[in-house]
Design a protein around this ligand. Sequence first.
Ligand code: AMP
Length: 461
Amino acid sequence: MPFSQLGLSDKVVSAVAAAGYTNPTPIQQQAIPYVLEGRDVLGIAQTGTGKTAAFVLPMLTKLEKGRARARMPRTLILEPTRELAAQVFEHFEKYGAKHKLNVALLIGGVSFGNQDIKLTRGVDVLIATPGRLLDHTERGGLLLTGVELLVIDEADRMLDMGFIPDIERIGKLVPFTRQTLFFTATMPSEIQRIADTFLHNPQRVEVARPATTASTITQSLVSCGSEPHEKRATLRQLLRGAAEMQNAIIFCNRKRDVALLHRSLSKHGFNAVALHGDMDQPARMAALDAFRKGDATILVASDVAARGLDIPAVSHVFNFDVPYHPDDYVHRVGRTGRAGRLGTAMTLVGSSIDKKAVAAIEKLTGQTIGWLDTPPPAEAEDGERSARKERHSRGGRSDKRRGRNPRPAADNDPATQGTVARLDEARDRRRARPQREPELANDGIESHLPAFLLRPIRVKA
Ligand code: AMP
């Protein structure tokens, strides 16, 4: 069925054609007619299914009638992250170029002043993250009583990020008679409860969840040590060995590991950028932009930051950490092998916890992921340096936080005992050749060499 038969306006149909899309995706085909009818819609679909256009295109058609009033947006779209909000904004720019609509983006990390000026002029479409939206309403600069259509996008991600109380507060500020479109990839009971409170007699549209990963993706598990420096060494070998790699996203489970891995890769000469929730908005946008344009070939990211981002043509995905939630694995791996292209996904598996997480993934997808035959050799010397730095920084942090001596803290921590043993080995080797200068390079991240390790010692006969 072509776009022209869905009931969209001529302007919208021609904008879609200009964007090069010929046929609607299943979620678009199902949802668009209901949105145009004014029905509430419960859409169960992941990113990558074309769900953004499934609400943007009918919204544009509906907004052709009517005018915006100062500080009273006509429609409101809630997104869990700034990047997703910005991506939806881009959809309005792309398809709504001829509509002369006022579209405003209310996201954290940018000044209130400019956002306020836009609101005063009157907006047809307000795209917001929940926190910043509430900041504006509390300051009295924004009234939601004129909202005719509310979109809650990525509701399950909102739940993960703790936004549900904010969403419920916003629900009390919009008119009862509005139309609501609610999109989620999964339907846990808490999301079902929210959907029940927000939607009135909704039309449910669902596209098959990609609980299995695309057949265009070659997936493998790579055995490695469980210490971070060992994982980094293995990852570098994989990156260097991937001859056909054009670009890669590397996923970590935690924000601070994203930052650490990014610094390490940069020090090792890789062209990498980072994306995590603690970065300010301009830095996040700059990183994404560099990766999209190909100025950077590696994006190190956390799940939350990368969720739903439209980054076409990624040749490789690496899971530096096995994700905690098996759903996230499907999502991460789905960043590659898109639109029929070939993709490669590799997952580093170091600990027994990792192995359990892999088992959960295999259960969800119903697929067994094979092990890479010959895991790359570890970079021993480099690993030593990393370990030293790691022990130092770990000890330093815990020292500050708990006011204790760093060495005993590290010794008592089972997670660091292996590292400490290796450090002791390294020290012993150095003591065995006291006349030679230490040959450790100063590469920034693993730069600090405690003075006592360099002191020559006398060995009694
Ligand atoms: P989304 O699920 O909204 O993040 O969309 C994923 C990707 O599909 C985006 O790059 C869209 O531009 C693209 N897309 C949206 N609609 C269509 C369509 N009808 N045909 C082909 N690609 C589409």
